[in-house]
Design a binder for this molecule. Structure first.
Ligand SMILES: O=CC(=O)O
Length: 332
């Protein structure tokens, strides 16, 4: 009996044993294409016409481009499952996939600790203003001259979490260990058990009353630029903003202006609107903490994520359904 085919878009870097086990139930193929144009041609050549499921990485966007409606239309009719290795799946037009009977999964949970750790690192670094003096030291100027302004302690500060999913909830626990009080806004209020007692406030109240605002929500049409000039103006003067979600949930140019005006005291960013490009106003500002999208960049977490994504591929092949479908397809 011929095995179904699985298309690998991207690399398996850690979970080699788990990936090898996929070869027992499917024939794994890889594209020759190295650009979207070549990938489209390869699709049209019929090279993937037996592919049932694909494992894709965030970085494979360099080969396929976004999985947008134009691409979904020319994917082989045999393709029924896209297993995405990542929590955020904004590179994939889920609506177009649903219309073409393609199911999509992501990797929740496995990313929570590492991303929330990065989030805490950025909160502490931005509050304490560590970046300026770290740069001064490397340039032979010890703390810098003049020394940087005194930082702020996390103890007793109000952390506002925008988006109380797995990462937001994980962050809540970590922030409390540092003495912070946590409040959140989410599309819907969480049960007491899930929220862990964090105060649920309106979006407006979150903006107005948080000392530190952490963005932990997915990027989609509704959340693009959810934080922009109007929102910065409602915040406490001297607020600290942290983003480990996706750059485009915040208007980066408006953030730079808010930093220049002192409305925002500092920020900590792991994600940017047009990665790998970073706004020159951020690069030029030594007071802010900038990390090049490394939220899940640990051996343990990358391994867990690969295994999770491979499990989705296995479930697709063996059971005809994904283990962790994306929210929009949960009820299908
Ligand atoms: O950015 C990381 C992820 O979406 O998992």
């Amino acid at each position: 009996m011929t095995k179904p085919q699985v298309l690998l878009l991207g690399e398996i870097d850690h979970a080699h044993k788990a990936w090898a086990s996929i070869s027992e139930i499917a024939d794994v193929i890889e594209p020759k294409a190295r650009s979207r144009e070549e990938f489209i041609k390869e699709c049209e050549s019929g090279a993937f016409d037996k592919v049932v499921a694909t494992y894709r990485t965030f970085q494979s966007v360099a080969i396929t481009g976004l999985i947008d409606e134009a691409l979904v239309k020319i994917l082989p009719k045999s393709l029924k499952f896209i297993a995405h290795n990542g929590a955020g799946y904004d590179q994939i037009d889920v609506h177009a996939c649903t219309a073409h009977d393609i199911r999509v999964s992501n990797v929740p949970t496995a990313v929570d600790d590492a991303t929330a750790d990065t989030n805490m690192f950025l909160i502490l670094g931005a509050l304490r203003g560590f970046n300026t003096s770290m740069m001064a030291l490397r340039n032979g100027h010890w703390k810098g001259s003049p020394p940087p302004p005194l930082g702020h302690d996390p103890q007793g500060k109000v952390l506002g979490i925008l988006g109380m999913g797995g990462i937001g909830r994980n962050l809540k626990k970590k922030a409390e260990a540092f003495g912070m009080t946590v409040q959140y806004y989410n599309r819907s209020k969480l049960s007491e058990e899930l929220s862990g007692g964090a105060k649920y406030v309106s979006f407006e109240e979150l903006l107005k009353t948080s000392d530190i605002l952490s963005l932990n929500l997915p990027l989609n049409k509704q959340t693009r630029h959810i934080i922009s000039t109007k929102e910065f103006e409602q915040m406490k003067k001297g607020v600290v903003i942290i983003n480990t979600a996706r750059g485009a949930v915040m208007d980066e140019a408006a953030l730079v202006v808010a930093l220049e005006k002192g409305q925002v005291w500092s920020c900590g960013l792991d994600v940017f609107e047009e990665e790998p490009k970073v706004h020159s106003g951020l690069i030029a500002n030594p007071h802010v903490m900038l990390v090049p999208h490394m939220g899940t960049w640990t051996v343990e977490t990358q391994t867990k994520m690969e295994i999770w994504c491979i499990d989705n591929v296995r479930s697709a092949i063996e059971k005809g359904k994904l283990m962790s479908p994306v929210g929009e397809q949960k009820d299908m």
